[in-house]
Design a protein around this ligand. Structure first.
Ligand code: FPP
Length: 280
């Protein structure tokens, strides 16, 4: 299915307005939180929350690809998540398997490149194979790079990088004096990804939860109270709108904000915001 053909005219218009506000973030990272609470509030099982969470994943991936976002990284399962009840872990693994099987063709046909970070050798063998096959099939694609963080934690990746650097020092490949931010980052699993420009976290929690600890150093952070299963493309547009407002203030004085060009821009921003809010 071609995602652009499915898109409504209204949606295309909002995306093009957002695009014209400035440079879209090249890389958006997301902490998808609140599946369990969303379900409990509705009197459903946590499983239903995770199931509905997949619908949000689908919509956000599609919208990001349609607007030309280059990198989207989703925190789907942390190393700490292995401590959840075995029954919930098993449901999450089944849903991931279902997602990869059901979506791979659509992702590939829409030029999405699938990538993964994390201690993936702890995942069930079937999922490891599905991930490998998905990455192989999509490796030449040039559109959105969708990175799934699976059995991932930021500290784990940092410690792993330090171990590899220490080994290279022992082998004489690197000397301690060579170490720099760039060299260190080249040992992380995210070395092929630019640092995220924007981090979005759902469900109102103000934590990083061990996600991309090195990479998020300069990212803008956007936190919404919405639970992940209710976070859809219009919420992404609001986050982008907020991102543009912040960019625009960067380094400016209040006197400069009275400048007429900026006033025009302000009224344009308001029109875009109204378009996003319409039908919400
Ligand atoms: C956090 O909600 C969410 C997760 C631990 C898993 C996220 C998984 C999905 C959205 C579905 C599968 C993902 C993909 C990429 C196919 P929570 O359970 O911690 O919610 P709570 O904080 O309300 O308990």
């Amino acid at each position: 299915m071609n995602w652009t053909k499915q898109q409504s005219e209204d949606d295309k218009q909002i995306q093009s307005q957002l695009n014209s506000l400035g440079k879209l973030p090249k890389h958006i990272a997301m902490i998808m939180d609140g599946n369990g609470r969303w379900a409990v509030e509705k009197g459903l099982s946590r499983t239903e929350g995770h199931r509905e969470g997949i619908e949000s994943v689908r919509d956000i991936v599609k919208a990001s690809s349609q607007m030309g976002i280059e990198y989207l990284t989703l925190y789907a399962f942390s190393i700490e998540n292995w401590k959840r009840p075995a029954s919930e872990v098993s449901v999450l693994m089944k849903l991931l398997e279902f997602f990869l099987k059901a979506e791979l063709n659509d992702l590939h046909n829409n030029n999405v490149r699938v990538f993964t970070i994390g201690k993936t050798n702890s995942l069930p063998k079937t999922i490891q194979k599905l991930l490998f096959d998905s990455m192989e099939k999509t490796k030449e694609n040039t559109g959105l790079t969708l990175t799934l963080a699976l059995s991932y934690s930021g500290r784990w990746d940092i410690v792993r990088a330090v171990q590899m650097i220490a080994l290279d020092v022992r082998r004489g490949k690197v000397s301690p004096e060579d170490l720099s931010d760039e060299l260190f980052a080249s040992y992380l699993q995210t070395s092929k990804l630019p640092d995220p420009d924007l981090l979005i976290r759902t469900s109102g929690e103000m934590r990083l939860s061990n996600f991309l600890l090195w990479e998020l150093a300069y990212s803008e952070i956007y936190i919404t109270d919405k639970f992940w299963p209710e976070f859809r493309r219009k919420d992404l547009y609001e986050a982008l709108y907020d991102y543009f407002k912040r960019e625009r203030r960067f380094g400016k004085t209040s006197a400069q904000l009275l400048d007429s060009d900026l006033q025009n821009r302000k009224s344009y921003l308001m029109r875009v915001y109204d378009a996003i809010k319409k039908d919400k």
